[in-house]
Structure formats: C-alpha cells, structure tokens
Design a protein around this ligand. Structure first.
Ligand code: BGC
Length: 568
C-alpha cells in the first residue's frame, strides 16, 4: 500500500476521533476489567534502534510439502493421517510466493522478518550424510537474498516443530536416549552448522528452537501435536532435556566455528503464559507455574545450567510419593550444566496470554503428568476478553509482568519478543476490519513500552504473529492470526491487507506512541473502546463494537481499496 494511502487514514482520523470519543462515552457504560492506573496509555517512543518485525514458520506458510527431494516432517505425517484434516501441503504457498510476502513487509515498513527453515527441506532424512536437497538450499538463499535486497534483515529459526519424520522413526526424535550425549544432539548440531555455513554471511540472528515447551509437552507428553508420542508422566521431561542439550550444542558450534567471522547472535525462543495469583495466598503457586513453564528451559540456559530449584524439589517429592527411586525430571551432568549455562545471546520470548493460578498442593494422583506436577489450578477472570483460539484471553498487562520477571530472574538479558498476536475465526464475510486485533496490538505494544521505558527492561524487539493467515496447527485454517488475509480457496493464494496491517505500519513508523502525533491522538480516542468493547461482547453486547467498527471502516475504506489494487 502506498504511504499516501495509509497517511490519509491518520489525517481523516481527527474528524473520526471526535466521533469515536463521543460514541465510546455514550454507548459503553461499563468499566469492567479496566484499571485506570494500570491500563493507562503511556505516551512516548521505543529506543531508536528498536526492532519491529513479523513472523511466520515454514510448515505454516511454505506449502510445497513434497517438491524436489524434500523429506516428510512429523507434521506432514500428522496432517495426512486423516482426510478431513487441513494440511500444510499448499498453505500460503510461500515457497513460490515469497516475493509477494516480502512486498507486504515492505509496505508496512518492516526492517526485520522472522521465519523458520524446514529441516527436512534441507536434509530430507534429517542427516547430512544421506544427502542434501539442493533445491531446498537454493530456496532459502533466494528468500534471504530477496529480503536483503529489500532492506529487511532475516531472523532465522532453525526448528519450528517440523522434525524430519525419518529422525523420529530411526531415533525416537527428541526422546532419543536422553541421559547421555545422544545422536539427536549431534544431528541437530550438524544441521545448525550447515545453516551457519550456507547462510551465516547474511543471517545475523539465529533462534535454535521455537517454543520447546510445545514440542516437549504437546509433542512427546500428551501427544496431540506431532509426533504424537503419548507419555505424559515422563515424555516431556526427556524431550525437553534433549532439546536443551541440542540447543547448547548448536550454540557452541556457532561460538567456536562461526562467531568470529560472522558476528551474529544465537538465542532460543521460549513461550510462557503469565501466571497471576488468583488471591494473595496463591502467590507461590503462580511463581511455581511460571518456573515449570518458562524456568524449565530458561533456568538452565540463562541462569545456571540446571532446572529451577522448585521444579527439582517438587519432582523429588513426587518421586517419593509415587514410590520411584529416581525423579521423573532427568539430571544434567556437571559437564552438561557448564555447557548449557549462558548459551543465549538474547532471550527470545513468545507471549500471547495470561492465566489465573490457584494453589493445588499437594494431592498425589494416580496418573501423574506435567500438568498435575505443578500442583496448581488454572482459570481465567470472567472479564478477560477472548480471541478465536480457545486458550487466548486478552490480558495486556500480563506481558509487562512477564518481561519484568525475566529481567529480575535471568540477570537483565536483552529480550526479543519474537511472537505476540491474536486470532480471529475464519468466517464469511472475512474479518478485514479487524478491530479486535488492532486493539490487541495497541494494548500489548503499549505494555511492552511500559516495560521498556518505565521498568527499564531491555526489550529490544517486538514481533507480530503473524504476517499472514496460515496453517494454525491442529486448528488448521479455522483460526486466523494474520495481519494479511489469505484466501485459501483461491489457487493463487492472494494476500489482502487487513486494517491491522495499516495500524501496525503506523505504529512502526511512529516507533510507539509519541506525544502529539496524529497516530497517538487516534490511539488515545480508541483506548477506552479497546479496553471495554470486548468485555461488552463477553456479556452479549456488541452494539458498541459494530458501530465503531463500521465507522472505522468508513475512513479505512479508500486506503484499503487502494491497497488491494496494489498487492495481489
Ligand atoms: C507458535 C506459532 C503459532 C502461534 C499461535 C505459537 O505458539 O510459535 O506457530 O501459530 O503460537 O498459536
């Protein structure tokens, strides 16, 4: 979309803002969960060098699942199990349409892009000795070159869940003999080395694993995600152990063999929901919840090479109660601890939501699992608005708390928010005026700015999930997280900018919410609406939302039409 198109949104904004203000005061009578002080709009900007980015992942957007010699991944296997499932066979077809994706980023003024590389597209079996897929190598070269030609820096994730199926079959994937140096660590190391060798001259940001919590617990614990291994008492702990060691291996390979020449950074992306105590008596439980979630990975990597104390003692007590001689939580050797500790040049954080935590200690149960191991109960406050994904409650202040926790707990690291975003349902007509997403980005980025400017958290980057609507794992195409709409019924997979992409462009251009700008005035007038409309919806009252959204669509209509004609 042209600069003039999105500029005009903000110019027309002043007139519209007056209406928004009046309407929000007249139609929305309840204050709900809005806390005047905690939730107040902070005006100001992020530091000059702040990184604004958007993200995707290979299996979710690439398609081309079997072109050239690409091997199957565990997600190809899962998706093909049953004919009624959505698959990533074509997805957004970004394997062919990556130049169009890059134009979308350019239109938004983004200078960074986070994407992932598909391991089986590079090594079809996962092992270099079995052969390299040269077309796959060429594809990522072309993508990286096109990004750089458009002045966009690549941030590359090595593993975003699409493990080569052959590695799962041959070695048990991340369950491979978890107590010693195992094949999977070396294989991940070889894969990392190959990527550094081939792309490290141009890629300066590497993320070894995306959300190992998901791979461990959903993939190897309860097993609803690929590779669907169901062993909830221990599977997740073994897999996590292997992932942490594989991460450390890939980090040291960069450090020893590439850092001096390439000068990049290596980190890991961890996900965590903020856990807020339901009552003051639940404070320890909330802390335990966060330690079992984030600390499970962050404590070894960013602190001392070992699991959090509370995890170790809780699991030791459970072993006793269960009559086991050893804890279900494996132990690192002293050498392993040394090699794990400090293996993050930055702290990658994916955050979407918050839960309310209650203490549920200590009732031993018959079939223990990671969820019950924490001895907590989780719920949600009744006035927290919801997104399309069942787990996604909108609680903007949660991210500020979590960022503050990371600062205090892990020695004030540089934090890159590598994902944050909100889903809509796939519905007809499509949600193009995605006001709820605009509100989400507005409120969450403002809380990130509070963490940065008021709490002195070293937050260096904010990444919107996602650039495009894409394959949302078990939910297929039924949940849309994109700043851009993708028509999955159209063989050409045309992309259309949603209103949120226009908003995000302005946010990037303003680098936050500068005092006195037209953009900030617009945000100021939307602020109350954003914090309350969704609560009204929860109560079955949607009048305010629909009126404001149609008003908003009036002043967005022309720029959006121009945008449609520019981007196909
Ligand atoms: C993942 C993405 C996913 C998003 C929304 C994150 O857990 O990294 O792949 O699409 O959340 O569910």
């Amino acid at each position: 979309m042209s600069a003039t198109a999105s500029d005009s949104i903000m110019e027309t904004g002043t007139f519209v803002n007056c209406f928004l203000l009046v309407i929000s005061l007249v139609i929305i009578p309840v204050n709900g969960g809005y806390d005047k002080e905690r939730d107040a709009l902070l005006k100001g900007t992020f530091p000059q060098d702040f990184i604004w980015s958007s993200a995707t992942a290979a299996y979710q957007i690439e398609g081309a699942w079997n072109v050239s010699d690409k091997g199957p991944s565990v997600w190809d296997t899962l998706a093909h199990q049953d004919n009624n499932r959505d698959t990533g066979d074509v997805a957004c077809d970004s394997y062919h349409k990556y130049p169009a994706d890059i134009q979308l980023m350019k239109q938004m003024g983004l200078k960074y892009y986070r994407f992932s590389i598909s391991w089986p597209r590079i090594f079809p079996t996962g092992e270099q000795q079995d052969g390299v897929n040269q077309d796959g190598v060429r594809y990522y070269n072309a993508l990286i070159n096109e990004l750089i030609a458009n002045d966009i820096q690549p941030m590359v994730t090595l593993f975003h869940w699409d493990l080569p199926q052959v590695l799962q079959d041959r070695y048990g994937g991340f369950l491979n003999n978890h107590t010693n140096t195992t094949v999977i660590h070396d294989l991940f190391g070889d894969y990392a080395r190959f990527l550094y060798q081939n792309y490290g001259d141009r890629v300066k940001y590497w993320i070894t694993f995306n959300e190992p919590w998901i791979t461990a617990w959903l993939g190897y614990g309860i097993g609803n995600f690929a590779p669907q291994h169901n062993e909830p008492a221990e599977g997740q702990y073994k897999a996590a152990h292997n992932i942490i060691l594989s991460h450390a291996k890939a980090y040291h390979i960069y450090d020893d063999e590439f850092r001096a020449a390439q000068g990049g950074q290596v980190g890991i992306t961890l996900n965590c929901d903020w856990g807020t105590p339901k009552t003051p008596a639940d404070a320890d439980a909330a802390l335990r919840y966060v330690q079992f979630f984030l600390g499970w990975f962050a404590h070894p990597i960013y602190k001392n090479g070992d699991y959090p104390e509370v995890m170790k003692t809780t699991m030791a007590r459970k072993a006793q109660e269960e009559g086991r001689t050893t804890s279900r939580l494996p132990e690192f050797t002293p050498e392993q601890k040394l090699s794990i500790s400090g293996t993050g040049d930055f702290f990658g954080l994916n955050h979407y939501t918050t839960v309310e935590v209650t203490d549920a200690c200590c009732t031993p149960i018959e079939n223990p699992n990671y969820d019950t191991d924490k001895d907590v109960g989780t719920g949600h406050a009744p006035d927290w608005p919801r997104a399309a994904s069942s787990w996604l409650y909108v609680v903007p202040w949660g991210i500020r708390n979590l960022l503050g926790f990371i600062k205090e707990e892990y020695g004030d690291p540089e934090i890159y928010v590598t994902e944050n975003g909100r889903s809509d349902h796939d519905q007809d007509p499509a949600i193009m005026m995605d006001m709820e997403r605009i509100c989400y980005y507005m409120m969450y980025t403002n809380e990130v700015m509070k963490a940065s400017n008021m709490d002195n958290v070293k937050v260096k980057a904010y990444t919107a999930w996602s650039l495009l609507d894409n394959f949302e794992w078990l939910s297929g195409y039924s949940e849309r997280f994109g700043l851009h709409y993708v028509d999955f019924n159209d063989p050409t997979r045309t992309r259309y900018p949603k209103a949120s992409s226009v908003f995000f462009k302005q946010l990037v251009r303003n680098n936050g919410y500068p005092e006195g700008s037209e953009f900030t005035k617009y945000v100021e007038n939307m602020w109350y609406f954003c914090h309350n409309t969704t609560e009204a919806e929860v109560n079955g009252y949607t009048g305010g939302a629909s009126q404001i959204s149609s008003l908003f669509s009036l002043f967005l209509a022309i720029p959006m039409m121009i945008a449609y004609s520019l981007i196909a």
